[in-house]
Design a binder for this molecule. Structure first.
Ligand SMILES: CC(C)(COP(=O)(O)OP(=O)(O)OC[C@H]1O[C@@H](n2cnc3c(N)ncnc32)[C@H](O)[C@@H]1OP(=O)(O)O)[C@@H](O)C(=O)NCCC(=O)NCCS
Length: 156
């Protein structure tokens, strides 16, 4: 598996926007077009977006808040995993885990000591995926979603 994070440009935007979760998962995560729109509309959240490729095939999308300065009300950070989706055709093959590995390496290299995320609380939602990876609930709720934290303060 050659998983890569690739910048989204005019060349690949349509292919990346065509990626979709399974219909039953649509309530768990914003679509790629919505996410790219949010990135434009909410610059104070310091959005950082990448397509997920396996070789030359787009398989998913990830968006973070990247190094948000302190003191921005309502914006979790400094490093917050905002959206992660793997197209329904490609789920369950380790891509989601591979993306987390790549993101953890990148934010660590940028000086992060923790990575936050939040997730839809439904039982069949992505909570178990994140907890399996090592994220731990902080006890906070953000916009109705439990907040999870991955500790990056120790050496890998
Ligand atoms: C959640 C998601 C990103 C996981 O990606 P993936 O490529 O399918 O995950 P992986 O193949 O790396 O799975 C890793 C492990 O998590 C488990 N897992 C993945 N999704 C899970 C879920 N929804 N519930 C329970 N376990 C899950 C897998 O079974 C696997 O376990 P194993 O290591 O024991 O085999 C993907 O399923 C997805 O895009 N879901 C819909 C959108 C979504 O909910 N995104 C999160 C938004 S906050």
């Amino acid at each position: 598996m050659g998983v890569r994070l690739v910048e989204i440009t005019d060349e690949n935007r349509d292919a990346v926007c065509a990626l979709k979760v399974r219909p039953s998962q649509e309530r768990f995560v914003g679509s790629v077009p919505k996410s790219l729109n949010d990135a434009v509309q909410i610059p104070e959240a310091e959005p950082w977006c990448r397509a997920v490729y396996d070789g030359d095939e787009p398989v998913g999308f990830v968006m973070l808040s990247w190094n948000v300065p302190p003191g921005r009300p309502g914006i979790l950070g400094p490093y917050f995993l905002w959206r992660l989706l793997i197209d329904g055709r490609f789920q369950g093959r380790g891509y989601g885990t591979a993306v987390l590995d790549l993101i953890v390496g990148l934010v660590r290299a940028d000086g992060a000591t923790e990575l936050l995320t939040s997730h839809h609380p439904a039982e069949d939602g992505p909570g178990p995926f994140y907890r399996k990876y090592g994220f731990v609930p902080t006890g906070e709720i953000d916009g109705g979603e439990p907040v999870l934290r991955l500790d990056l303060s120790h050496s890998p």
